[in-house]
Design a protein around this ligand. Structure first.
Ligand code: GLY
Ligand code: MN
Ligand code: MN
Length: 450
């Protein structure tokens, strides 16, 4: 019997397969034991906590969403996965909600063993004894570093009884990063759903925007769309940046009252079942781009198009960025915002005055997801199953030599791409990107509101 209703259990097959793959990788690299804890709960103030979010690595391996948990994986001829979690506590469940407890968690989440988290300090030294390698994430969390250190020292203290501590420590996150970089079918299915929810949220936000409204009102429309479609949270703080605020790359104040003639840049995406989406759209608050806004918008759109064309298996990571930079640099020369030859503007990096960030990042459980961008010093080739963003932009602050008509707006267009065997699939195209499509959506929304 339980004092609170249980949350739904996810399909366990992908999580089990990932644990097995990690243990196979560990075995190939000398065997040993891995310890992967989940994230701690964090106090917001006094007795109130920030909304809980599990650790991405832990959840990738377990699908288990409760705090105060860790998974231990033992590589070997008979690999074993062992969960440590909160004990069942019907009194606490009346206050804080359901908890599985080890017995139900073992059975429902497919572990070989499960124990209470309170047992970990006692059991870990026994588990570490005679293991050649300890795979864990040192240097990320001081409490866990201390806990692991204590367990290692407990094994060392027993050396005269013939037990041998692990002689080598390896970063389990490095293995997991490589695994996480290539998404499996269940991850891609979730990411497509997250992307569709976010694209619909951007459409809703565009339709709701008009002069006189505040940025936070549009943020509320995004949150409504995310939550009412079942997403648990925004994947990162939503950027709703009108006029000059769009030139602040990480603007999250979202307080300004918007005026006719402003551009509004929205960078927002939901998190669904642990997976992020990440979309940026830029559009006119009054429904029509003015001349300079349209000129810059078309340059960024053309840059995005060039970058999108460069996303395919075998292309290296930086090719989309190089393609986007070239188009933006030429566009800014044509608009006389930059002077000199294309070669000079590229070589001297002068375009960085207006385009100072990179064209994308890996996307997955984290909005800036796991995985190296270079291998042995070279940009890594794109492979099927990788997911990345394509997000060129252009930001124009008041400056000498820049005509006033261009001051105080920023444009970014960001979409999420899955690399496929033959090219790529853009999963966020449900939100309009062309000038015509954006203006049509806003016109229809304004007509409907009359
Ligand atoms: N929203 C964060 C980013 O675009 O990188
Ligand atoms: Mn992004
Ligand atoms: Mn973004």
């Amino acid at each position: 019997m339980s004092a609170a209703p249980a949350p739904p259990v996810p399909d366990l097959a992908p999580f089990k397969a990932r644990r097995e793959r990690l243990m196979a990788r560990m075995l190939a690299a000398g065997g040993g034991i891995a310890v992967v804890p989940t994230a701690p709960e964090r106090a917001r103030n006094r007795d109130t906590h920030f909304p809980y979010r599990f650790d991405s690595y832990f959840h990738y391996l377990t699908g288990f969403g409760e705090p105060e948990a860790a998974v231990v994986l033992v590589a070997g001829e008979t690999p074993r996965s062992i969960l440590f979690c909160r004990e069942k506590d019907e009194e606490r469940e009346i206050w804080d909600g359901f908890r599985y407890g080890p017995e139900a968690a073992r059975e429902l989440f497919g572990f070989d063993e499960a124990w209470t988290i309170g047992d970990l300090d006692l059991r870990l030294p026994q588990m570490l004894a005679d293991q050649p390698v300890l795979w864990c994430g040192f240097g990320y969390d001081r409490d866990w570093d201390d806990r692991i250190t204590r367990a290692l020292n407990a094994v060392r203290a027993n050396a005269r009884a013939g037990t041998v501590p692990p002689h080598s420590l390896r970063d389990v996150r490095a293995e997991l990063d490589e695994m996480r970089l290539i998404k499996d079918a269940s991850e891609l299915a979730t990411m497509r759903r997250a992307a569709a929810i976010s694209a619909a949220a951007h459409c809703r936000a565009m339709a709701a925007t008009r002069p006189g409204r505040h940025e936070y009102e549009i943020e509320a429309e995004l949150l409504h769309a995310f939550r009412s479609a079942g997403s648990q949270a925004p994947a990162y703080p939503s950027i709703v940046a009108s006029g000059p605020n769009a030139c602040v790359l990480h603007y999250v104040g979202n307080e300004r009252r918007m005026a006719d003639g402003d551009l509004l840049l929205i960078d927002a995406g939901c998190e669904l079942d642990g997976y992020a989406s990440d979309i940026t759209r830029t559009f006119p608050v009054g429904g029509r781009f003015n001349g300079p806004q349209r000129d810059v918008y078309e340059i960024v759109l053309a840059a995005q198009h060039a970058a999108r064309e460069a996303v395919k298996p075998g292309a290296h990571w930086n090719e989309p960025h190089e393609a986007a930079v070239k188009v933006i640099a030429q566009g800014l020369i044509d608009l006389k915002l930059l002077r000199g030859s294309l070669e000079h503007v590229l070589e001297a990096g002068e375009y960085r005055r207006f385009y100072m960030h990179r064209t994308g990042h890996w996307l997955g459980r984290d909005v800036h997801d796991a995985g190296e961008y270079k291998l042995q010093g070279e940009w890594r080739p794109l492979e099927a199953g990788m997911v990345l963003t394509v997000e060129p932009g252009c930001y124009i602050r008041p400056a000498e030599g820049v005509p006033e008509a261009f001051w105080n707006f920023g444009v970014r267009i960001e979409d999420d791409a899955v690399v496929t065997a033959t090219g790529c699939e853009f999963i966020t195209d449900g939100a309009p990107r062309t000038v015509d499509a954006i203006e049509a959506l806003m016109r229809e929304a304004a007509d409907a509101a009359q």
